[in-house]
Design a protein around this ligand. Structure first.
Ligand SMILES: NC(=O)c1ccc[n+]([C@@H]2O[C@H](COP(=O)([O-])OP(=O)(O)OC[C@H]3O[C@@H](n4cnc5c(N)ncnc54)[C@H](O)[C@@H]3O)[C@@H](O)[C@H]2O)c1
Length: 246
């Protein structure tokens, strides 16, 4: 139980990586705030944590809304007495090239996928400091570091998430660690966002010849959130089955 006594928030926790991470954090002993715009999915995740003997609550959260982010952080503090771990994981986009991207797609992608990371980190920091320190994990992507056509706004946002991770790590050291996770193709609804990129095509470029599992990202997140990763900050951990190996 590596996170015993800790309080964690996971955004985008109704599905995929966020859901697996919320479950894993709870299995590691953390009390978890399950935040997502999908209220039913968030409620189901929190319920599953209860059934497994863990402690969790859910809150309907649109991470593009500063008020919702404030309410999410306050829920952890009010209900569980503080905050130790913030996992910024929610994303939204439409698969479009730069030339096809609309202003609405660009803005919503940036607001949900990048701006929310900054707003949540800003709102969480005083509470992490009040506990003597903490951890901010940001789900970036292999597309923070390598290109793929068809996702211009998403790539811009994910490049920003990695850069912001570095900035926050330097600004919030030494008490708060800030680390990005760079998943490759993971078996969630997100990997099927574009009909152009089938799973079969994706697997051809992955040395381990399979999609990753959400639980494999959750395991990485649990390690990074724990004291076992106490000397890791300001960097991105790639979990991609070898996809970005040069
Ligand atoms: N699956 C992959 O292959 C892959 C690869 C690289 C990075 N990632 C990243 O992993 C993270 C999790 O994605 P996933 O694969 O689990 O996808 P997913 O679609 O399973 O989950 C995304 C979650 O974000 C939530 N969400 C969307 N808009 C929101 C908003 N405005 N406010 C709050 N929540 C919102 C959705 O409701 C959903 O529950 C994302 O940051 C994604 O970019 C995924």
């Amino acid at each position: 139980m590596r996170l015993q006594g800790k309080v964690a928030i996971v955004t985008g926790a109704a599905s995929g990586i966020g859901r697996a991470t919320a479950l894993r954090f709870a299995q590691e002993g953390a009390r978890v705030v399950v935040a997502d715009i999908n209220t039913a999915g968030a409620a189901a995740c929190a319920e599953l944590i209860h059934q497994q003997g863990g402690t969790a609550t859910f809150i309907a959260t649109d991470v593009a809304s500063e008020a919702d982010i404030q309410a999410m952080i306050q829920t952890a503090v009010t209900l569980y007495g503080g905050l130790d771990i913030l996992h910024n994981n929610a994303y939204w986009t439409e698969a479009r090239t730069a030339l096809e991207t609309t202003l609405d797609n660009w803005q919503r992608t940036i607001d949900v996928t990048l701006r929310a990371v900054w707003l949540a980190a800003k709102a969480a920091t005083p509470h992490l400091q009040a506990r003597g320190g903490g951890v901010i994990l940001n789900t970036a992507s292999v597309h923070s570091v390598v290109g793929v056509p068809g996702y211009a706004a998403y790539q811009a946002a994910k490049g920003g998430v990695l850069s912001l991770t570095r900035a926050l790590a330097l600004e919030l050291a030494p008490r708060i660690r800030v680390v990005a996770i760079l998943p490759g193709a993971i078996d969630t609804p997100a990997v099927r966002i574009s009909s152009d990129l089938t799973v079969d095509k994706l697997i051809q470029d992955i040395p381990l010849q399979r999609l990753g599992k959400p639980e494999e990202i959750a395991a990485t997140a649990a390690f990074l959130a724990s004291d076992e990763a106490a000397y890791i900050t300001g960097t991105g951990i790639v979990v991609d089955g070898g996809y970005t190996t040069p």
